[in-house]
Design a protein around this ligand. Structure first.
Ligand code: FE
Length: 201
């Protein structure tokens, strides 16, 4: 194909659209829920500061089940998809990174006997993770938050928390960090996005 061919074809199609000519059927745009939530590759600048670490708090339980959906039948709460990329500092997606999530239920309670609202998965080949869960409830002394852990293969664990923009308790929470705010699309379904940057070159 000659170098100018693609450009010429684009101009041709644009001309068709502008004049409203009929008889040319263009393929429909892909319409995939996951594609709407997440682009195929991260948008990157010149590199990133790594995601700040935070305390795991007192309610981490090791050994959570591998799963992508933490919701259970009859569980109260607003559904939310928590998703994002796991990236190196140079913005390279990290496949097969451990991503672990645990959080309070709609009433602000943790399950400290079992694994309700606890789970882990590994980022996909494009470095993406995706949990279906509910918006965590509030409990005394804290603003609304998710607890998360990330670990690239053979690298140290990053433990941190994610927060919700516009939450009234953010200003009163002693450890709230605006660098850990989710990017929220109210949906439905509500989607909270956070691209975690691990301290990996
Ligand atoms: Fe907590």
């Amino acid at each position: 194909m000659m170098p100018g061919t693609v450009q010429t074809r684009r101009r041709f199609l644009r001309g068709i659209a502008a004049t409203g000519a009929v008889g040319l059927s263009l393929p429909a745009a892909p319409h995939l829920a996951a594609a709407q939530e997440m682009p195929p590759t991260p948008a990157c600048g010149d590199g990133h500061a790594s995601t700040p670490a935070q305390t795991p708090g007192p309610y981490f339980t090791p050994g959570s089940p591998a799963r992508t959906d933490l919701r259970e039948a009859g569980m109260a709460g607003t559904p939310i998809v928590l998703t994002g990329f796991v990236l190196t500092r140079s913005c390279r997606p990290i496949p097969r990174a451990l991503v672990e999530l645990w959080h309070a239920d709609d009433a602000g309670a943790y399950d400290n006997d079992g694994f309700r609202l606890r789970g882990h998965q590994f980022s996909d080949a494009a470095g993406r993770y995706r949990f279906a869960t509910i918006v965590p409830g509030l409990y005394p002394g804290r603003t609304r938050h998710f607890h998360v852990r990330f670990q690239a293969p053979a690298e140290p664990v990053l433990t941190t928390q994610f927060y919700f923009p516009g939450e009234p308790g953010n200003d009163r929470d002693r450890i709230f960090d605006a660098a850990l705010l989710l990017d929220i699309d109210p949906g439905p379904p509500m989607v909270g996005r956070y691209d975690a940057v691990l301290d990996v070159a």
